[in-house]
Design a protein around this ligand. Structure first.
Ligand code: ATP
Ligand code: MG
Length: 447
């Protein structure tokens, strides 16, 4: 079962063949697949369409991992899919996807995509980036339109075969992530593919093929063309999906931190204050550990750490200029968040919390009178306190204050009074008091 035909396009050529791997080799069991997606495929095939399970679900199963979800790819057009499934709706503009409700599941169904160039249905911008892409095609066309060979494996539940058009099965066996086609062109079409490559390195522990890795550092600046809100989603998939630390290190290695967090990247590269990097690493380690234990995580904590280097630097600067400690921090935080929105658009519901975590860093220093009790009642106390502990562990500030708060939380009323008294003998405010209350100027940022 091996037919070979080549496709030649613009000088680069992709070998397409059809390799069918039977169940005794690949070992995928139906009990590991989602019943909803199997049912959707059955209905599509019964109506005379081709339909397969494809993408990350099949890849993860072949790697012996637990898949997050399964995608269905079919020869049926979006309207045809809708006619077959009463509970379905078409979503997306850049790519049309049909969401089919099957029992409690929502199954994502996509029509095979083609790659006809110069079509009305496909539009690229000046950098070669595809902004609209709804050309339909055959299953082979669909395979070569996908990003990596391991993500282009098609599973047919009717005969249990995995069909491979681009060598993904062998690449998976060799633990290699390989982009389909010409890497340079594929990254230009969609620069997010560079982030996806890195994400799979971090998450799956596989290696990038040489050709797949080579253009990344060079083309990383193209991520500036990607919408800041799409990048917010991608950053969460990169850093808040269980392998954040490993993935962060890969981002740094491939110069991908710069287009996402330019100021953080600058400061980390300088390397003058290693505690900044330690803080980010610790925050990611915490996040990974919490996810491994099935606990919840918030993007706010992660962003509080990712932006901390520039907030902290600017805070110190403003204070040195004679501004009040708390308002310096407030302004440094606002400037940093405003500046970074153009790169990664963090939704307001998270930036509110990010600011609160930062503001608590000054509130936690105040340990006289009723202040500790009111700080303790702050709705973000826990996150602010955790952040303080991270700063101490990173070596940015000496230990002590965090421990004081650890004690304070568990202390009874009289112990609390003793703790407050003991704090008064220490230096309350690490920075000398200044009279000047000059209003700081609006910042001007240079890139
Ligand atoms: P995950 O396990 O994180 O969901 P995934 O590979 O399934 O990984 P999805 O975003 O769910 O990622 O995408 C499903 C499939 O769609 C991919 O496996 C790939 O075949 C294809 N795909 C996704 N994004 C792109 C892209 N930017 N360019 C080309 N193909 C893509
Ligand atoms: Mg997926």
């Amino acid at each position: 079962m091996f037919s070979l035909f080549n496709k030649h396009k613009r000088g680069t050529h992709i070998d397409i063949y059809r390799d069918a791997i039977s169940q005794e080799y690949h070992g995928i069991e139906h009990r590991d697949l989602s019943p909803g997606s199997l049912r959707v495929i059955e209905i599509l095939q019964h109506a005379g369409f081709q339909a397969y399970l494809v993408g990350g679900g099949i890849r993860d199963l072949l790697l012996g991992k637990h898949p997050k979800d399964f995608d269905v790819a079919t020869s049926a057009k979006p309207q045809e899919i809708q006619r077959l499934f009463r509970k379905s709706r078409i979503i997306g503009r850049r790519f049309q996807i049909v969401h089919v409700r099957m029992g409690a599941e929502i199954v994502e169904v996509t029509t095979f995509r083609g790659s006809a160039e110069n079509s009305d249905h496909q539009q690229a911008n000046a950098s070669g980036m595809l902004v609209r892409d709804n050309v339909f095609g055959s299953v082979e066309d669909d395979a070569v339109r996908r990003d990596f060979t391991m993500n282009a494996l098609y599973y047919d539940p009717s005969n249990h075969e995995v069909i491979d058009f681009v060598g993904g099965y062998d690449d998976l066996e060799d633990q290699i992530i390989r982009i389909i086609g010409d890497a340079d062109k594929r990254y230009r079409e969609d620069p997010v593919r560079m982030l996806r490559a890195i994400r799979f390195v971090g998450k799956l522990g596989l290696k990038l093929a040489e050709d797949t890795a080579e253009p990344i550092s060079r083309l990383a600046p193209l991520l500036r063309d990607v919408s800041a809100s799409r990048l917010f989603d991608e950053v969460l998939k990169l850093l808040q999906a269980g392998h954040g630390l490993a993935t962060f290190k890969q981002l740094v290695k491939y110069d991908l931190l710069r287009p996402l967090f330019p100021q953080t990247d600058d400061i980390l590269r300088e390397g003058d204050d290693p505690h900044y990097e330690r803080l980010i690493h610790l925050a990611l380690t915490n996040t990974d550990a919490r996810l491994a234990e099935g606990k919840s995580v918030t993007p706010a904590f992660l962003y509080a750490a990712l932006y901390w280097p520039q907030v902290h630097r600017r805070w110190q600067e403003l204070e040195a200029e004679g501004n009040n400690r708390a308002s310096s921090l407030l302004i440094a935080g606002s400037e940093t968040l405003d500046f970074n929105q153009q790169f990664v658009a963090v939704p307001k519901r998270f930036t509110i919390t990010v600011r609160e975590i930062w503001d608590l860093q000054v509130k936690l220093e105040k340990r006289h009178g009723r202040r500790p009790d009111s700080t303790l009642e702050h709705p973000r106390f826990r996150a602010g306190y955790d952040f303080l502990l991270l700063r101490e562990r990173a070596g940015e500030i000496p230990g002590g204050l965090g421990e004081w708060w650890t004690q304070y939380q568990i202390a009874d009323e009289s112990d609390r009074r003793a703790l407050i008294a003991s704090a008064q003998t220490e230096v309350e405010d690490p920075q000398p008091k200044r009279r000047a209350r000059k209003r700081p100027q609006r910042p001007t940022h240079v890139d």
